[in-house]
Design a protein. Structure first.
Lengths: 275, 153
């Protein structure tokens, strides 16, 4: 059977489980049905019936369990409706779409991941993939910036990563509280303290565009090639298949040419205000 | 046994100073240890010292009446604590609290300012190291102020 129907017509899938992550973010585990698992960095279009669709990144590498995992921040009517779903509810899913993280290029190299806020969700499958096949990759350094300690995602999993010898995981927050004993400050401050060989490193970053730009500029100053720095872009999407032009970004379509791009390909576009 | 000049040259912040410059700067340096909870700097107090952090983490805080202390930034090994020593009127603009046991190279700011006045080349060499830190921290503070991870971001 062609993959076309699952790309253009939503497949009704049941929510198997939900995990509240923060006050406004939830992780949904869905049955996968006819939807292919997707690669790290790809996304599905999720459709709470009657409200509209939202492009949501795959947030776990759970293909073996034949489940789809998405982490949603409820900021608009559609995403809020998705975040409010409960086990047993049904929503429509199309996908997977887009170009994911460069996992093949990352093999054998040091990997630097920089996530900001909900941007950890699209990068989590990269961490899962590396940990599952640990010997195939070099060092894994993860820098995670969150607004406050309470607004961190995947808190139980973070504790495991922080304690693991398989990766170097550090969190920083913009604003701590009385119980926070971790780092406070912008994520580039952590990055500046990290030691790695820029020529043998590949970087992937996801978060607000201004953060990704600051991260990419910092890595460029450290000597990394723009082609070795990858950013995940976000725009409102409609068809998700490069047909409607909703997510057009200069000459590119975020949905089909991205959402993951080498920084060298879009660095100039990221500074054009009219796009 | 290593001399103070040799030791401070191992710190990333001063790593590329010349040997002669390190000797001069080391004359104003000593080792310092701060136990957890100790305040290393206090807002408004004379900036009589700055520190190169060797071990441990420091919380840079600001105190607001009725809100208490707010952590603006944390610093760790390899980083510099205290930038006000080089800018008149030489008063600390924030508190700095040891989050755990902290070991530093502590520099007598009055001593170093005098040496910089007498030797502008040394002063310029130090300025070239401090100004980028100032700019990086200002840029980071601007981005933090955007609240970019908030719901409206």
């Amino acid at each position: 059977m062609s993959a076309l129907p699952t790309r253009l017509a939503p497949v009704p899938l049941r929510v198997l489980a939900t995990t509240p992550e923060t006050a406004d973010s939830t992780t949904l585990v869905l049955e996968s049905g006819a939807i292919q698992p997707g690669a790290p960095g790809q996304f599905n279009m999720l459709y709470p019936f009657g409200l509209g669709e939202a492009a949501i990144s795959i947030s776990a590498d759970d293909a073996a369990a034949r489940r789809l995992v998405h982490t949603v921040r409820g900021v608009g009517p559609v995403s809020a409706a998705i975040a409010a779903l409960r086990p047993g509810d049904v929503l429509g899913v199309r996908g997977p779409f887009g170009v994911g993280w460069p996992m093949r290029q990352a093999r054998g190299r040091t990997i630097v991941l920089v996530a900001g806020g909900i941007g950890l969700a699209p990068l989590r499958p990269v961490i899962h993939a590396v940990l599952r096949e640990r010997a195939a990759y070099g060092r894994l350094l993860v820098f995670y910036g969150a607004r406050t300690p309470r607004e961190r995602l995947f808190v139980p999993e973070l504790a495991g990563w922080e304690a693991s010898a398989d990766l170097e995981f550090v969190t920083t927050v913009d604003s701590g509280d009385a119980n926070w004993g971790g780092h406070v400050g912008f994520v580039t401050a952590l990055l500046a303290q990290a030691r790695f060989d820029p020529a043998r490193t590949i970087a992937m970053t996801c978060g607000p565009e201004i953060m990704m730009r600051a991260v990419a500029n910092h890595l460029r100053e450290r000597g990394m090639a723009a082609e070795d720095i990858h950013v995940s872009m976000e725009r409102n999407m409609k068809c998700a298949a490069g047909l409607c032009g909703h997510c057009q970004f200069g000459p590119l379509f975020i949905c089909k040419d991205g959402p993951v791009f080498p920084y060298g390909r879009i660095a100039e576009l990221m500074t054009v205000r009219e796009i | 046994m290593k001399t103070m000049a040799g030791l401070i040259r191992e710190h990333p912040f001063l790593a590329d100073l010349t040997e002669a410059e390190c000797e001069v700067v080391a004359g104003c340096a000593k080792n310092a240890v701060f136990e957890p909870g100790t305040y290393i700097l206090r807002e408004g107090q004379p900036a009589n010292a700055f520190h190169l952090i060797r071990h441990g983490r420091v919380a840079v805080e600001i105190y607001a009446p009725r809100r208490g202390s707010h952590v603006l930034q944390t610093l760790g090994p390899g980083e510099i604590l205290g930038l006000s020593w080089i800018v008149p009127p030489y008063r600390s603009t924030s508190d700095a609290r040891a989050m755990e046991q902290v070991r530093t190279f502590s520099f007598d700011a009055v001593c170093l300012r005098e040496k910089c006045e007498k030797d502008p080349a040394l002063g310029y060499a130090l300025m070239k190291r401090f100004v980028p830190v100032l700019v990086q921290r200002m840029s980071a503070a601007r981005l933090q102020a955007l609240d970019m991870f908030g719901a409206q971001a």
